[in-house]
Design a protein around this ligand. Structure first.
Ligand SMILES: Cc1ncc(COP(=O)(O)O)c(C=O)c1O
Length: 333
């Protein structure tokens, strides 16, 4: 796997840690050894997975002469927070289009990521109804800003195109180098699966470096079959971009739709349990929308004995903890 030909900014400062989670493993019965890859500790305001993707997406924007980034996400989007963060560092203007996926959920004065958009000097926020064509909305913004003399560049939601997913193919290579160094054999990985770039990139990277670690994607918004097709399509595009020999096996893309609950960003009891358990056993802060629901899936699969006794399972922590502060009522009620 060779990605040296692609433009890339240097946002990572070395590998993120892989840590054991002995207390959580014990609380869950002790049959499975849980580990965590701390991408919540990546650089960029408050950390999280998008930094890896933005290394490639923002580099591509800059190579194309852009002075302005337009991107989109939900009202508490971590992706929008990290895009604003790296734009601030790079001296680029950042404009956001936010999708109100739950009617009435956008509040200008809200806490969490929404507050951070302001602090990170986002130049404009357009809020559109759930189900809007986000690419069309961003194209509208391109029109406005171009007339005003700017050179805008669109980064798609979640930075989930083949350019962004490349960041997670690189992460798979990083993980294998760490595991080889640690002499740690991982039997399974569990990752959140949302706009799909993280899951697709990881699947491509694992294939590209011959890691042979099966990956379970825990969905945050869609049913199993729908998400698997989205991840697979993006994985195929990313594998082509990286010239991964043999391409991607459809069977390698496995998603679980059981932990979404009533819908994207809506709390579930299992998410609340997962966030609480990770905090009190390992002092790890998850988030209510992505890593919390993915961890709920991990916990449930451990309890269902999906993983063989004695196996080592690595959970990818993709960040998102600023959103916790927008969900105080959920955790206090
Ligand atoms: C904290 C966090 N974890 C996981 C994800 C899901 O990653 P992806 O969109 O690449 O599937 C997101 C997406 O926004 C996120 O913000």
């Amino acid at each position: 796997m060779n990605y040296t030909q692609f433009a890339r900014r240097n946002y990572l400062q070395g590998p993120t840690p892989i840590e054991p989670m002995p207390q959580l493993s014990k609380v869950l019965g002790g049959d499975v050894n849980l580990f965590i890859k701390r991408d919540d500790l990546l650089p960029g305001a408050s950390g999280g997975n998008k930094t890896r993707k933005l290394e490639f997406c923002i580099a591509d924007a800059m190579e194309n002469g852009a002075d302005t980034i337009i991107t989109c996400g939900a009202v508490q989007s971590n992706h929008c927070r990290l895009t604003a963060s790296w734009c601030a560092k790079e001296g680029l203007d950042c404009h956001l289009v936010l999708e109100e996926r739950v009617a009435g959920s956008y509040k200008k004065e809200a806490s969490g990521n929404n507050f951070l958009f302001e602090l990170l000097d986002v130049k404009s926020i357009d809020v559109v109804a759930g189900g809007s064509d986000m690419m069309a909305e961003m194209q509208k913004k391109v029109g406005e800003l171009s007339v005003a003399g700017k050179t805008p560049y669109i980064i798609p939601g979640g930075a989930s195109n083949a350019i962004g997913a490349t960041g997670y193919a690189v992460c798979a290579e990083e993980i294998m180098a760490q595991l080889n160094e640690m002499r740690l054999s991982i039997d399974h990985m569990v990752v959140p699966s949302g706009s799909a770039g993280t899951h697709a990139g990881m699947a491509v990277g694992m294939t590209g470096v011959n890691g042979n670690i099966p990956i379970f994607g825990m969905n945050v918004s869609r049913p199993k079959e729908v998400q698997e097709e989205i991840v697979y399509k993006l994985a195929v595009e990313t594998a082509e971009r990286l010239h991964v020999r043999g391409g991607i096996d459809r069977e390698a893309i496995v998603c679980f739709g059981d932990y979404v609950g009533p819908g994207y960003s809506l709390p579930t009891d299992s998410m609340i349990e997962a966030v609480t358990l990770f905090a009190k056993t390992e002092a790890v802060l998850l988030d209510p929308v992505y890593s919390g629901k993915a961890a709920a899936g991990l916990i449930n699969q451990v309890r269902k004995d999906t993983f063989a006794k004695g196996s080592n399972v690595l959970f990818l922590h993709t960040g998102g903890s600023p959103a916790l502060y927008a969900y105080l009522d959920t955790f206090r009620s």
